[in-house]
Every structure is written in C-alpha cells, then in structure tokens.
Design a protein around this ligand. Sequence first.
Ligand code: DGJ
Length: 725
Amino acid sequence: MPITYVPETRTFFLDTENTSLVFGLYDHDYIHSQYWGRRIHHADLSRLLRVCASGFSPNYPGAPDREHSLDLLPTEYPVYGGGDYRSPALQVEFPDGSRLLDLKYKSHAILDGKPALPGLPHLDGADCTLELTLCDEYSGLEAVVCYSLFEKQDVIARSARILNKTGAPLTVTRALSASVDLPRADLEMIGLYGTHIRERQLDRTPLRHGIQSVESRRGASSHQHNPFAALAAKDTTEQAGEVYAATLIYSGNFVISAEVDCFNSTRFQLGINPFDFSWRLEPDEAFVTPEAVLTYTDRGLNRMSQNFHNVFKHHLGHTEIRNKPRPIVINNWEATYFDFDEEKLFGIIDCCKGLGIDTFVLDDGWFGQRNNDCCSLGDWVVNTGKLPRGLDSIIERCEQNGLSFGLWFEPEMVSEDSDLYRAHPDWAIHKEGRPFCTGRSQLVLDLANPAVLEYLKKALSAILGSHRISYVKWDMNRHITDAYSAALPACRQPEIYHRYMLNLYALLDFLNREFPHVTIEGCSGGGGRFDAGMLYYMPQTWTSDDSDAIERLKIQYGTSLVYPPQCMTAHISASPNHQMNRVTPYVTRARVAMSASFGYELNPLHLTDEERAEIRNQTALYKRIAPLVVEGDFYRLISPFEADGCAWMFVSPDRRRAFAIYVQKLSKPAWPQDRLRLQGLDPDARYRIEELDGVFYGDELMYAGLALPRLFDFESVSYTLERLD
Ligand code: DGJ
C-alpha cells in the first residue's frame, strides 16, 4: 500500500513510484510536515525538526516549553489563531466574531481509490486516499484533509472538506486546497502569465523573503495568470533538477503563493482566492475545496510536465473522447467573421470535400440578430436574416460533403440588446440602479442564480437536441465585474464567484451527460480559461486568439508546461496572419498546428490550388501522427523563450514512433552548425527518418543529434521516426 501509517512514530508515509511525502503527529497532535521529495525509506524523520526557542514566536496553549511554537512548525493545513503568523490555509468567523482556530489530529482513514468531489471537477481512479480529520476542540469545527495518490504519475491530489459541527452557522473566509511547507528558501518560482493573444508566457524569478503569488480576481482562471506554479531549484533545467509543482482543478478566482519566512522555510499554497470570498456554512454543512494537483520530481521541468500530462490524460474528465484523436476541424471565424450567409458557408463547406477535414464549425453570428458583437447574446435562436433555412440546411450541406457539424455558443453571456436581457435584466451580474461595466458590449449572466442555470440547460438542449451537432465551441469573452447577485442575500454576496463556478460545472456536467457524443471545445477569447477544471468537461481549448504560428510557439510551449498537447486546439490560419500581419510558410503553420488538436481557421476558397492540394497531405499526415499527439510522451527540446528557434517532439509509449519539429524564428547571419538532440528514444534501436530517408541509432539521435539544415525566417523542419527492429 503506498500509504503507510507507522503507529510507533505516529508517522504517515505517502509513497509514489519516485517520491515520498512524509508527515507525523507532533506534541499535542499537531501535524508536522517532515519531507516531500525523492522517494526514501521509512526512517524517523522527526529527527529533522529544529527545536530552539525563537523570540516573538509564541507558544501555543499547553506547549511543554518555550521551544514549542506553531510559528516554527512546518505543517500540512495551517490555521489562523494559534501563533503561526504565516499564511493560513483556513480561516473562519464564528457568530460571536471570533476567528480563532486550533486544528489538531482527530482520526484518519486510508481508503482504496478516491471519493468523488461533489459538484467539482476532479481526478478519478487514484490508487488510494488518506483522509486526515483535524478538529478544533473548542468549537467542534472539523477539517478533513485529503491526499489521493497516483503512484505511476508521481502525483498527489489534495483537497479539504470543512465540516461545520459547531451547532451554529459560521463563515468560511479562506479555505485553500493545499499547503506545503518546504525547509528551504533557495527556490525559483515559475509561472505562466499573459494577456489576450499572448497567453502562458514563461516567468521564472528567485523567491525572496515575503509572499509572492499568482492569482485571478476576474471570475475566471484568466489569460493573465494560469493556475499553476512550480518551485524549482536554481539549476533545474528541462531535463534535470528538482521541482515542486502544483496546479488547481478549478476555473474561477484562485491564488497560488510562496511565502518565504524568516527561518528560511517556504510555504507553498493554492486554492480559491480568498479575495472577495466568503461562504456561510450552516450547522452540519460541508464546504469542499477544489482539488489541487501536486507533483515533485528531480528530473527537471519536462518530467514535471509529463507527470501532469499523464495524470490528466488518464484520470481527468469523463468525456468519451478523453484519449482519442480529435476531429480535424475547419472553423469559419477568421474566414468570415460576422460577414456570412448561407451561400458563403455553402461555398466554404463544398470546398472542403475530400480534403480529409472532419468537422465544420460555425462560429459567432448565427443566432438572434447577431451581425456584430453588440447584440443578441442570450438569444439562442437562429439568425434567419443570415440563415433563412436555419441550421438544418448547413448541417445537410456538411453531411453531403462528408463533414460533421459543430456550433459556437457563448452561453454565460448576455447582451444588453437582447430579448433575454429585456425580459430578465436581473439575470445579469450587476447591481440594479448602479452604473455597471461592460466588456465587448456584454454582461455576464448570473450563474449563481439557479434560474439562469435552468434557462441555459433548456436553451442549449433545445438546439443540441434538435440538430445533428457533434462539436461545440464554448466561448466566454469577458470577465466578471460588478460582482453582485440579485439572487443572493446580503450575507452571501461574497459567495457569487464560487456559486457561479459550481453552477457552470453543473451545466457542463448536464450537457456531457445528455449529449455524450458532443465534443466541447473550451474558449475564452482564446486561452483565457485554459485550466484543468474546464478540461474535465471540455477536453480541448482554443489555445489563443493569436493564430500566428511564430507567436504560437511560445504560447504552446508555455501551455505544455502543465497541459497535454491534445488539450490545445491549434489551427492553420491565413498568411499574412490576421493578428500579427506576419507572413509564414504554409508548412510551418501546419507543423505548429499539428502539434496539438489540429484544424483550419481560414477560407479554403482563398487558397491556391497547390495549397488546397497540400491540405490533403496535411490531414493524411495528421491522421498518422494524431495517436502520438494523444498518447505520446511530449518532450520540449529547444525553448522559444531562450533560443532563436523552437523544437519539441512526441514519442509513442512503446518508443517505436516519434514526431519532432524544429521552427526557426529569425534566421542568423553566420550559419551556426546547430544540432537538434532528440529525446525519449530507445538508445539501442534503429529508427528510419522519413523526411531524411535515412536510418539512425536512437543514441546517435539523442546524444550526437541531427544536423539542422540552414533555415531562414520562420522556416521549419519535421522528422517522422519509425523504429526498424
Ligand atoms: C473569441 C474567440 O476566441 C474567437 O475564436 C471567436 O470565436 C470569437 N470570440 C467570436 O466572437
């Protein structure tokens, strides 16, 4: 059993294939974190605890001497009120105004597998789970801190359940999913920051004393900071070195912080952002935090990513398509924007016949009076001005040309100029009578209101249930402001963000169950909600509204730190590119887009005959390499954040097949003798490289490398490998 409790030393050992997490009970049954790192024997690690009195570190009630202070104790689920001045994981407020807590061990249970998290997306199929029940004896409040182990992936999922056993209502003001105390201050924090059309750029800075954090206060995980952070040793590279990393299976306001204290220990925490949050808990009710996913490795950042990828590929999401190649899509957004009618769409659809494309997705503009982005969100009925014969004629045309049909929605939004808003102004998030913000001329529907949830279930089912739709693109084009719900009482207003999320998850869960054959692609102005919470219901996300292949190198590279490549949608778009005005070779655009869930975002009628013919080769190649994108191990080879080029590769789990690309950003004047060293191959095997029509040893390719050809701006090469023996 990977979870062991040793009663003699009162120590818990949580072992995965390559890591150990160890904590024990200390003095008055406080939890003492002892170790997280490379797998070790079950030694007595309580010997590691420094015991020396420190001025201004208070002694808790009943402490045996001045050396015993929670301020000095590394712990697993810290609270406020007992002399630990670092950031707590839990804060509450009792009816008498007291906010004091003192959590001690009460009991524990070791379970096979893993209980579901009610109403929240979560990993499934863990090997086993430890539930540690902590209790505040004075009030009766309990916190059940859960650890689920995924042995093979070296991943531990953590969440907490706050149980109000106090007999009176209380308010939770902070309830994080995980807290880890590391006995070191020499780490660097790696995060993914960005903006619309420039998501998930890599950030790496040394920790300093004090708190550093990434967070969202926008009601969505956001373009600005992704819910992920890694703490890496200074010398950690892609291929070697220590890294502790965490991400959250949640799509709303989050915080991830690292607090380096005066004793040089680092508290690493993550969970729902306490900013503008509280939750009233009636007697006997429970508050369940979202799930945090933690991994440690001493084999570098690429291994960290593979741990996340493997656990998400095999244990996240209940959709049928989780581990299958995705359809090759053509989307009409950059081809037409709002300017389309039936005839124009027919032209595009007809032109796709025989090209190997699987699905035509009709983007924004098909409903209400929607001819621009100022109206009609919420009115999910066909825009008969543009499509007089409804969606059916488009669907039939797709089917005649061998395509399935997909449709764009932005369900969480409402335009002021819409029938829905005119009928239910109180369904939008804002405060009646007070001027409010708009974003892209729209408001956010108040999903904290159950009536809105019911409306959306009906409106979406009406369309999905009456048409042959196999794919939905689910967009979300602004963040929450004016956070006020007309449906909530005053004391519950700070619950709005989390209630919104819970009902959004309920809506997606409903649709996944009602329409299991429909693949939902997430989108939020591109990659503004690229998080594991969304991926649970929507197995892929439009990675960015920047479809330029060169910009996408950084965006896709950054995204791959946490998320498997098949979760990213990437399309070949027109050249010059609409966002960057950059001209890039068609084949480079194809190679970058094929490194993900692939498709087209252009008007095929505008392509030359050769380019159209080339689509046939691209789709045929993609169908060959798609299993690698889905099941393969992903290796980042050259970082576009550090070099003039970018390279990555996929290797099949049996190491028989591989696909690698190298893309030149700006070319160099004096041609250096650059080599590309591959990874993940069998060193003793021989591989045929299709593009070079040559045979190479695995060790040769990994250690000596391939000589890169001379490449000019934005040119690229690909290597398709097949093992010979
Ligand atoms: C933003 C998305 O990211 C685009 O792909 C497109 O769907 C537009 N919204 C439509 O309004």
